[in-house]
Design a protein. Structure first.
Length: 223
């Protein structure tokens, strides 16, 4: 059984080194190339700081987050959910950078990639069609996936959409929350998938450009 977890986060900004924090984690599960219906992970997180201008991106307000748990309150449950799975993340260095920073603030020496294999769907898209746009909205248009509900960024919604995009990118056919196993027609091209289990720094995608970060997150530039 192959278990993939499609993961996305929302944050208060783009640089954890500047004190920005995670405010939402969303995960969608894929088992044997079928998106499961009843085993998602979704959590809002109180970041111990204001969300600032990022509210224009995700719509999550300081007031909404007031009584939400802190990262240390949910870390055990979250790590248990993802442990041993392959994570599919669009622009993996961004989300892993924030998650690993949260672990460090919590006092842990662990990294997410110590427990999970990583697939970066941004890098996969760049390999498949160099010279084209690779943000999530562009991939939805390319693969004719309905993203009309994506009026603002949301970690769970983006994970649900990326799950469909990833299956389309790797040759599978699926609809969101399908209970029937998808077929891949033998065209999955798994040799193209970027995987890393120990040292993310060895993968060239770590050095994402500012333009790629902007396209992925639409932070501030077009607000």
């Amino acid at each position: 059984m192959e278990r993939l977890i499609v993961l996305d986060t929302e944050t208060t900004g783009i640089e954890p080194s500047e004190g920005h924090r995670i405010i939402e984690i969303g995960c969608t599960e894929i088992i044997d190339r079928a998106i499961t219906e009843d085993n998602e992970y979704h959590q809002y997180i109180q970041p111990d700081r204001n969300v600032g201008d990022s509210v224009r991106i995700h719509g999550i307000t300081d007031k909404f987050l007031t009584n939400k748990p802190k990262f240390e309150d949910i870390v055990a449950e979250f790590m248990e959910y993802i442990r041993g799975a392959t994570l599919v993340i669009h622009n993996a260095p961004f989300d892993l950078g924030f998650l690993n920073h949260e672990l460090k603030l919590f006092g842990s020496d662990e990294r997410i990639e110590d427990h999970c294999t990583i697939i970066d769907s941004l890098e996969l898209s760049k390999q498949q069609r160099p010279g084209t746009l690779h943000n999530l909205d562009s991939l939805c248009r390319r693969f004719e996936i309905d993203a009309s509900a994506r009026t603002v960024h949301g970690a769970l919604l983006d994970a649900q959409i990326l799950a469909q995009v990833y299956l389309a990118m790797t040759g599978g056919q699926s609809t969101l929350f399908s209970n029937e196993q998808a077929t891949d027609g033998g065209n999955s091209d798994n040799h193209k998938i970027i995987r890393v289990s120990q040292d993310l720094g060895k993968v060239k995608v770590v050095s994402a450009s500012e333009q790629e970060l902007e396209l992925h997150n639409n932070y501030f530039a077009n607000a």
